[in-house]
Design a protein. Structure first.
Length: 473
C-alpha cells in the first residue's frame, strides 16, 4: 500500500521552497500526496516564528491533529523555524507531535520517512548537531512554470526585532556549481521564472575551493545570466530579500546590464525615522536609503520598488511615524508589506522599554496602509494603456474562459474572452486596458508562440527576434 503525505506551510518563500524540496524527496521514496490532511499517513507542518500569530496558528493546527489522532493513526512531523526555536521543549509542549526536525537536522529526513513507511520509529544513532545548513538539490514543484532557488541561508545582521538569526543561524552561501546545476534542471523542466532566495541574498559569498576565486552576489547573477542564455528557456530572474546596506553599486549595474534580471526590486526600509532605524540596528539612515533609491532609479529608469514597513516599534512617537509617512510619499513605492511590531522573546527589542500600546500600533498601521494603497493605486492606474510582458500561468479562478498571469513587477493580469490553454507557461506582449481592484485587464498583442513561428521565415537570428518581442514594452 502506497504511503501518503500532506504539507501545511507557513511563513516565507524560503519555507515554501524547503517544503517543495522535502515533498520531492518523499515522491522519490515512493510516497504520494494526499488530497487532504485528514486522509494522510504523514502530516508535515513547516512552521514560522517571525510573528507570534504564525506560531499561534500552528499550535491550533496541532490541537486539531491531536484530536484527529484519537480517531485514527498517522504520523505528525513539525519542521521549520518554530521547530528550531522550541526544539527541546516541543515534544513536551505538544505530545501529539511525533517528530521535531530542526533547521540543521534535515539530513535525517530520508531515514525518518523510511522508518515511518516501515511502521517503525526512527531513532537517531548520532545526536551530534549538524554544523551547517543543508541545501536541497532542488525546490522544483512538478508542473510549475515558476520555481524558487535558495542561494544562502541565515543572517548576520541581528536587527533587534528579528528572530531569524536565532532560528536560521549565521549566513552560509550555497555552492555556485549546485546553483547552476539546478538552473539547468529547471530549464529542462520548462520553468520560465526563478526567484533566488535568502534572508539577505546580497551578502552571498562563495569561494571556489580550487582557484580561490570569490564570487559575490553580482558575480553570481552574471554567471546565472550566462548559464540561462545557453538554455534559452528561463526569461525572468528575481531575488529576495535584500538588505539596503549591502545593495552595492555593482549590483545596480548588474541589474541594469542583464535583461534577464527583473526590474522589480524588493528593498525593505522598515522605518523612516533615523532614531528608530538605529534602535532597530538596521545600520543605515533614511538619507542613505533615499540616496540608494536615487542611484537605482538613475541607472535603472524602469525599476519598480517594493518594501517592508514596521510600525509601532518600542519608543516610536508620532513624529517618528510622520518620518515614515514622509519617506513612503517621497519614494512612492509600488507595493509594500506593512505590519506592526510583534514582540519576539529572545530578541533584543523584546526587553526594550516604552512599548507602544496595541491600539496605537493598529491606528498607526492603518494610516500607513491607507497611504501606501493610495500610492499603489495611482501608480497602477498610470500604467493602464501601456504595453508590457506577461507570463501566462493558468485560467482565471473567477472565469474559466479567461487567462491569468503576472507582470515583471508581480502584478496580476487577466485576459478576457475565450483563450487557449496552450499559452500556459508562455510570455505574451500585452496591452493593459483597465484596472479592477489590484488586477489589470488586458488584451494580447502578440504571443511568444507567434514569435517562434515567425522565426522559421525570419532573417533575424532566433535570440534576436525573440528578444525584440519579449523585451520590447
Amino acid at each position: 500500500m502506497t504511503m501518503t503525505f500532506f504539507f501545511e506551510t507557513y511563513g516565507c518563500q524560503m519555507n515554501q521552497a524547503e517544503s517543495a524540496s522535502v515533498e520531492r524527496l518523499l515522491v522519490e521514496l515512493g510516497w504520494e500526496p494526499a488530497p487532504e490532511a485528514e486522509r494522510a499517513d504523514l502530516v508535515i507542518l513547516n512552521t514560522c516564528s517571525v510573528r507570534i500569530t504564525a506560531e499561534t496558528r500552528v499550535a491550533g493546527r496541532i490541537a486539531h491533529f491531536a484530536a484527529l489522532k484519537r480517531q485514527r493513526s498517522f504520523t505528525l512531523l513539525v519542521m521549520g523555524c518554530m521547530a528550531e526555536r522550541l526544539h527541546e521543549e516541543f515534544r513536551a509542549k505538544f505530545p501529539a507531535v511525533d517528530y521535531v526536525v530542526g533547521m540543521f537536522e534535515r539530513n535525517r529526513f530520508s531515514d525518518i520517512f523510511r522508518s515511518v513507511a516501515a511502521g517503525g520509529e526512527y531513532e537517531a544513532v548520532d545526536e551530534t548537531p549538524v554544523n551547517s545548513y543543508w541545501f536541497a538539490p532542488s525546490s522544483y514543484e512538478a508542473g510549475a512554470f515558476q520555481s524558487f532557488v535558495p542561494i544562502m541561508n541565515g543572517c548576520n545582521n541581528f536587527c533587534t526585532y528579528c528572530i531569524v538569526p536565532y532560528v536560521r543561524g549565521r549566513e552560509v552561501s550555497r555552492g555556485l556549481p549546485e546553483i547552476l546545476s539546478e538552473f539547468d534542471d529547471l530549464a529542462d523542466r520548462g520553468v520560465r521564472e526563478v526567484t533566488l532566495l535568502g534572508q539577505n541574498v546580497n551578502s552571498y559569498r562563495w569561494t571556489d575551493p580550487e582557484s580561490g576565486t570569490i564570487v559575490d552576489f553580482p558575480g553570481l547573477l552574471e554567471r546565472i545570466a550566462r548559464r540561462v542564455e545557453q538554455k534559452g528557456k528561463i526569461r525572468w530572474i528575481r531575488f529576495m530579500s535584500s538588505h539596503p546596506k549591502d545593495f552595492s553599486d555593482a549590483l545596480i549595474d548588474t541589474i541594469a546590464r542583464e535583461r534577464v534580471l527583473c526590474r522589480f526590486i524588493h528593498l525593505p526600509v522598515q522605518h523612516g525615522s533615523n532614531r528608530i532605524l538605529s534602535d532597530m540596528n538596521r545600520k543605515y539612515a533614511r538619507e542613505d536609503y533615499l540616496a540608494l533609491v536615487d542611484r537605482i532609479r538613475s541607472r535603472i529608469p524602469d525599476a519598480t520598488l517594493s518594501t517592508d514597513i514596521l510600525v509601532g516599534f518600542p519608543g516610536e512617537t508620532e513624529a517618528d511615524l510622520q518620518d515614515t509617512l514622509d519617506l513612503i510619499e517621497t519614494v512612492a513605492f509600488d507595493a509594500a508589506y506593512m505590519y506592526h511590531y510583534n514582540p519576539r522573546e529572545g530578541t533584543t527589542a523584546f526587553s526594550m522599554p516604552n512599548r507602544v500600546p496595541d491600539a496605537v500600533k493598529k491606528e498607526r498601521l492603518d494610516r500607513v496602509i491607507k497611504l501606501q494603497h493610495k500610492i499603489s493605486a495611482e501608480r497602477m492606474r498610470s500604467r493602464v494603456g501601456s504595453r508590457l510582458i506577461v507570463l501566462v500561468e493558468s485560467f482565471s479562478r473567477n472565469d474559466p474562459d479567461e487567462l491569468f498571469g503576472h507582470t515583471e513587477m508581480g502584478e496580476m493580469v487577466v485576459f478576457a474572452g475565450k483563450q487557449d490553454s496552450a499559452l500556459f507557461g508562455h510570455f505574451v506582449l500585452a496591452e493593459l486596458t483597465g484596472l479592477r481592484g489590484r488586477t489589470f485587464r488586458a488584451k494580447i498583442i502578440k504571443t511568444e508562440l507567434e514569435a517562434n513561428d515567425a522565426l522559421e521565415t525570419d532573417t533575424l537570428s532566433g535570440d534576436s527576434a525573440r528578444d525584440d518581442l519579449l523585451h520590447r514594452v
